[in-house]
Design a protein around this ligand. Structure first.
Ligand code: PLP
Length: 377
């Protein structure tokens, strides 16, 4: 069976080289006569796998020595709570920039756990189609929080806010290793793996050591598993880690290294994103348009609408818009281009073009879009 081009927002496509390498080792990993799926996490065969994954994160992201690299579970969403429980403990106040669903959820979770949340900026006024400019963050905050790439809205920070002594926390779930990033500018970074790193099941956390508090110092009632110290003190092996996912993650990191590291990914991703945005901005008759503002555009997630998305709310217009979107998604899938349905909060379509997506895949998408525009003008 032929493989499709998968534009899913997550879990998302993985490099074929990685999938093939996993398949080749499925029945017998490195002469052990077992699959990595079947191994004890405490075994001699498994230990080097998780150690190598951590070493590769450190290498590719240039992680300074005073940061811990952790592999935890619970996805990006659990980090919304862990950040609040572990960091919101001195003044009990935190600053959040609201740039869409994931930032809002993080702020709501912190609030629920008793943190005094200040929404210091928001792009809600234009349906989160841009990133607010907040060059400097000041105040007696325990931490400041941003979502660096907004998977649903398709926006991305082109700057890092200056927070002085306030630790900056960033959700990089959908842009981790898509570009070089200066880790030293952040107190804590986290990324659910299923967008750019691995299958679902592991979350990468990079935390400055001085922000790791004793479990008793976390907010009252914080479960053991939600204390960063629990994981830091046990090399991410306090309990059973998602062994196989971490193994695949290691393979993806070696693939990234072989393709030029973070710099190589940026070059590759810019090429793909430029190709798609160029078409969206310059297509004949403006059949399609991007929903995000120049200067805030994600290289990873590209939402777009057709000319039938007019904003009109009468029944006929809404029905026509839905008909065209459904037709696009259906015909694209038949052409081997899958998971292009837009998120309901933006509408239209969304192409997620993570590291593993090829330029050929993006070109095939644009060719399809041209044909569809002609047929439905
Ligand atoms: C997908 C995503 C999340 C949620 O991740 P889960 O692992 O499903 O909890 C959080 N933040 C961003 C930016 C995401 O893209």
């Amino acid at each position: 069976m032929a493989r499709v081009y998968n534009f899913s927002a997550g879990p998302s496509c993985l490099p074929e080289e990685v999938l093939n390498a996993c398949a080749a080792e499925m029945m017998d990993y490195n002469g052990t006569g077992q699959s990595v799926m079947e191994m004890s996490h405490r075994s001699k065969a498994y230990e080097p796998i998780i150690q190598d994954a951590e070493a590769m994160v450190r290498k590719l992201m240039n992680v300074p020595d005073n940061y811990k690299v952790l592999f935890v579970q619970g996805g990006g969403s659990t980090q919304f709570a862990m950040v609040a429980e572990n960091l919101g403990i001195h003044t009990g106040k935190a600053a959040y920039i609201e740039t869409g669903v994931w930032a809002k959820k993080a702020a709501a979770e912190a609030k629920k756990l008793g943190v005094d949340v200040d929404i210091i900026a928001s792009s809600k006024d234009k349906n989160y189609s841009y990133i607010p400019k907040v060059e400097k963050i000041e105040g007696n905050y325990d931490y400041a929080y941003i979502c660096f790439n907004n998977t649903i809205m398709g926006t991305h920070y082109e700057y890092i806010p200056d927070t002085g002594k306030i630790p900056l926390v960033a959700d990089i779930s959908s842009c981790v290793l898509s570009e070089p990033l200066d880790v030293s500018k952040f107190g804590l970074l986290f990324a659910g793996a299923q967008k750019n790193l691995a299958p679902a099941g592991v979350t990468l956390v990079i935390i400055r050591e001085d922000l790791i508090c004793e479990p008793e110092a976390c907010r009252a009632g914080t479960p053991t598993m939600l204390c960063y110290k629990t994981h830091a003190d046990n090399d991410s092996m306090y309990n059973t880690p998602p062994c196989y996912t971490i193994y695949v993650l290691g393979k993806v990191l070696h693939w990234i290294e072989a393709n030029g590291g973070a710099e190589g990914m940026l070059k590759r991703n810019k090429e793909k994103a430029d190709y798609l945005y160029n078409y969206l901005d310059n297509n004949e008759g403006n059949f399609y348009h991007a929903t995000t503002e120049v200067g805030s555009r994600s290289l990873m997630n590209v939402p777009f609408l057709t000319k039938y998305s007019t904003g009109a709310t009468d029944e006929a217009s809404v029905a026509k818009e839905k008909e065209i979107n459904d037709k696009f998604v259906k015909e694209a899938a038949a052409a081997g281009l899958v998971n292009l349905k837009g998120h309901r909060l933006v509408g239209g379509m969304r192409a997620s073009i993570y590291n593993a997506m090829t330029l050929d895949g993006v070109k095939a998408l644009v060719e399809f879009m041209k044909k569809f525009a002609k047929e439905n003008a």
